[in-house]
Design a protein around this ligand. Structure first.
Ligand SMILES: CCCCCCCCCCC/C=C/C(=O)SCCNC(=O)CCNC(=O)[C@H](O)C(C)(C)COP(=O)(O)OP(=O)(O)OC[C@H]1O[C@@H](n2cnc3c(N)ncnc32)[C@H](O)[C@@H]1OP(=O)(O)O
Ligand SMILES: Cc1cc2nc3c(=O)[nH]c(=O)nc-3n(C[C@H](O)[C@H](O)[C@H](O)COP(=O)(O)OP(=O)(O)OC[C@H]3O[C@@H](n4cnc5c(N)ncnc54)[C@H](O)[C@@H]3O)c2cc1C
Length: 664
């Protein structure tokens, strides 16, 4: 029935003020108001309709994406939206597109690596979208190993130009988003060669297509790499390939903020760490962490509302059946994901602060916190995207059979999201960067250098290596000190064990390769500690609103205790806790599930998602699932006719054949 809120009873049960929680989730009242206004703007604009995306061919989908981007640009100008509002508009349009790479990587790469003069020239064009750019780093043969890239940029002093060349097939650029069909320009990463010497990977601005008719410029071969996983999903993006045959660009199109090549061809190395050439990746990894909570909360919102609507078993004497959300198994799968969505929100906020802080320090030539910023962005990108991709799939299963329908919103969300485990650095490769950072930190313990920031806990090694948890009853697991000590001791002991095992190898690099799997586990333990500690730190802030803090407190301990339960092997084998204490943690976890249960629907309402953004029949705000599932089914092209196309050619002859056979 239209107009009825099938989830009203659930909403009435809530023990906190949802409107206040919306502000906490958004980050501030201002952020909430901007998001709310822009989400409604998108939802009410027919050009941004997306419910039929799965039924479009790749070409139709791509054209509709171009249309949406053009319309969005028009609206941004007409409504004079600022940068924040324009970002929210793109977010709520919710269709991967070339603009993501233009604004998300091309512009930041120029900002981070271009000189002031270069920024002035290129950003004024890019900001008005008079040129459209992408980030062309990955090649067919190398993605993770950036130092292994093969594209060359050879300086020709005769003409004061660089010659950009693709020497082998594996050197072809492959994957850059926006490259395939749209970008007029790219920041291309290539080996800089001058005076016969290879100076490694540097960034160059290269024009790819004519600004008159969009055709590729001479000696450039460019196209789309093909259809990707899922219907709709990431197929709205033109990930591309690109080959150069001795393409010439002026010398001043090398991004020269960090290092330079003079008119004479002399290479002038940078007086800042060469790793700053990787700065765009640090920036984007930080935004990906911030985005993880968006994707996970979206899936959790769908699964929670549907779990409250769906009933199976448990009816007695013709009574009403049990809501599946009341099964402890459902809660044990769903509530940790709800808690993770909140946890990732807060760690994302903190990482944004860390990124801003390191950027300010770099501007003042203080490079001390760069390694930590790299480790945090890499590790948290890996941790949050892995958990989010797995979490979306778990939400699909939590919705039973109907979760597998495209109109549940979950299959497409998964297909769009899962490459986040690979792009901007494969998640295992990134945890290994964290492990290297941890091994360095452990090696320095006792040298007088005091670990700071996220590794400060390692400075308390004497205590953390021998302490035993003091937890005696289930409620003790709600003590932040008890939880933090267990997570710190586990992370430190795993790192120290790796370091000890490494020291048994004569060749450290060989040892590192041998111990890769353990190192990744140690890195994950360290990153989980960061998330838990930032959630606990959030609770120490002044959070207002009726009952809001209590709910966040419950979610924080669900997050921590669920991790403890999931990684019990780590905690027990490092003697951080006893089996009895593990069992108490489980008791506490069950009690927290019971406390969250009446608030679950309100906790997902606090995400403030419109039905347009969710695009899910199962996650509808009003919970009116079953009639809408039918409506969706009737819309399917297969139901356009009662007898399917192909009946006369392929079905009737088979049926007739069977008739004849049956008569024989
Ligand atoms: C609302 C927001 C929505 C968000 C959505 C955003 C949309 C995104 C769309 C997706 C687009 C996707 C784009 C891409 O995928 S672009 C390509 C990304 N590629 C990668 O990430 C490659 C991964 N590989 C690497 O990063 C590095 O090569 C690697 C880290 C693996 C380093 O390998 P290696 O050991 O060979 O290292 P080097 O010799 O090069 O350097 C070693 C030292 O450098 C330090 N280091 C490494 N990386 C960084 C960094 N980024 N910053 C600072 N420092 C770094 C490393 O720790 C070593 O230091 P030491 O010598 O001191 O040990
Ligand atoms: C949707 C999508 C969009 C993308 N957009 C862009 C873009 O805009 N611009 C761009 O430049 N690139 C882009 N990429 C490329 C992306 O950055 C790379 O695919 C990514 O960095 C992973 O590199 P790879 O493909 O070389 O993986 P590989 O390194 O080949 O990984 C294969 C396997 O090897 C393992 N492995 C690799 N090295 C090690 C190691 N040292 N130790 C242990 N295990 C290892 C990995 O864990 C993985 O299991 C995109 C990719 C995707 C999927």
């Amino acid at each position: 029935m239209e107009g009825i809120d099938h989830l009203a009873d659930e909403r009435n049960k809530a023990e906190f003020d949802v409107e206040d929680m919306k502000i906490v989730w958004a980050g501030s009242r201002h952020a909430f108001e901007v998001s709310d206004r822009i989400a409604r703007l998108v939802a009410s604009d027919p050009v941004f309709e997306k419910s039929n995306r799965a039924r479009l061919s790749r070409k139709e989908l791509f054209k509709s994406t171009l249309r949406k981007c053009a319309h969005a640009f028009k609206r941004i100008i007409e409504l004079r939206l600022n940068e924040e509002e324009a970002g929210r508009l793109r977010h709520f349009i919710d269709q991967p597109a070339y603009v993501d790479l233009h604004w998300g990587m091309f512009v930041p790469a120029i900002k981070g690596q271009g000189t002031e003069e270069q920024q002035k020239k290129w950003l004024s064009l890019a900001n008005k979208m008079q040129i459209i750019g992408c980030y062309a780093q990955t090649e067919l043969g190398h993605g993770s190993n950036v130092q292994g890239l093969e594209t060359t940029a050879t300086f020709d002093p005769k003409t004061d130009e660089f010659v950009i060349h693709t020497p082998t097939q594996t050197a072809s650029k492959w994957w850059p988003g926006g490259l395939g069909k749209v970008s007029t320009h790219a920041v291309v990463y290539a080996r800089l060669i001058t005076n016969g010497k290879d100076y490694g990977i540097h960034g160059f601005i290269v024009q790819l297509r004519s600004l008159e008719d969009h055709s590729p410029l001479p000696n450039i071969t460019v196209g789309d790499i093909g259809t990707k996983m899922g219907n709709g999903a990431y197929n709205s993006m033109d990930n591309g390939f690109l080959m150069f045959d001795h393409v010439r660009i002026p010398r001043d199109q090398m991004l020269m903020r960090l290092s330079k090549v003079t008119r004479e061809g002399e290479y002038v190395p940078s007086d800042v760490p060469k790793q700053l050439v990787y700065g765009t990746m640090v920036y984007v990894r930080q935004t990906i962490v911030a985005d993880a909570s968006n994707a996970l909360s979206r899936a959790v919102c769908i699964a929670t509302r549907y779990s409250a609507v769906r009933r199976q078993f448990g009816a007695h004497n013709g009574g009403i059946e049990t809501q599946v959300i009341d099964y402890k198994t459902q809660q044990n799968r769903l509530f940790p994901l709800l808690a993770s969505a909140y946890a990732f929100r807060f760690v994302g906020e903190w990482l944004k602060w860390l990124y801003t802080d390191v950027t300010e320090r770099l501007a003042a030539s203080d490079f001390a916190t760069l390694p930590e910023a790299h480790a945090c962005t890499a590790g948290l990108k890996s941790l949050t995207t892995t958990a989010t991709a797995d979490g979306i799939e778990e939400c699909r299963k939590l919705c039973g059979g109907h979760g597998y329908l495209w109109c549940s919103g979950l299959p497409e969300l998964f297909a769009v999201y899962v490459p986040a485990c690979t792009y901007e650095g494969d998640n295992v490769v990134l945890q290994l960067q964290v492990a290297r950072f941890l091994m360095k930190t452990v090696a320095q313990l006792g040298s007088g250098k005091v670990p700071v920031g996220t590794t400060a806990y390692m400075g308390r090694a004497a205590h953390l290596l021998q302490c035993r948890s003091g937890v005696q009853k289930a409620e003790d697991w709600l003590n932040p000190d008890a939880v933090l000590e267990a997570f710190e001791a586990r992370a430190l002991r795993m790192a120290v064990t790796c370091a000890k095992n490494l020291s048994k190898f004569e060749n450290q690099e060989q040892g590192f390769q041998e111990l890769l799997a353990d190192l990744v586990e140690a890195a994950i333990a360290h990153c989980q500690l960061i998330v838990v500690s930032k959630f606990i730190a959030k609770l120490e802030q002044d959070i207002g609103g009726k009952g809001v803090k209590k709910q966040l407190n419950n979610l924080c301990y669900i997050y921590a205790l669920y991790l403890l339960h999931k990684h019990l092997g780590d905690f027990l084998s490092t003697n951080c806790i006893t089996p009895k204490q593990a069992s108490l943690a489980n008791d506490q976890l069950r009690s927290l599930y019971t406390q969250v249960r009446p608030n679950a629907v309100a906790l997902v309402d606090a995400f403030n998602y419109t039905d347009h953004y969710l695009n899910s029949v199962l996650g509808r705000y009003d919970g009116n699932v079953y009639p809408k599932l039918f409506e969706e089914a009737w819309k399917d092209p297969l139901n356009d006719s009662v007898v399917p196309d192909g009946y006369h050619e392929y079905l009737r002859p088979v049926l007739k054949q069977q008739l004849r056979t049956a008569r024989l």
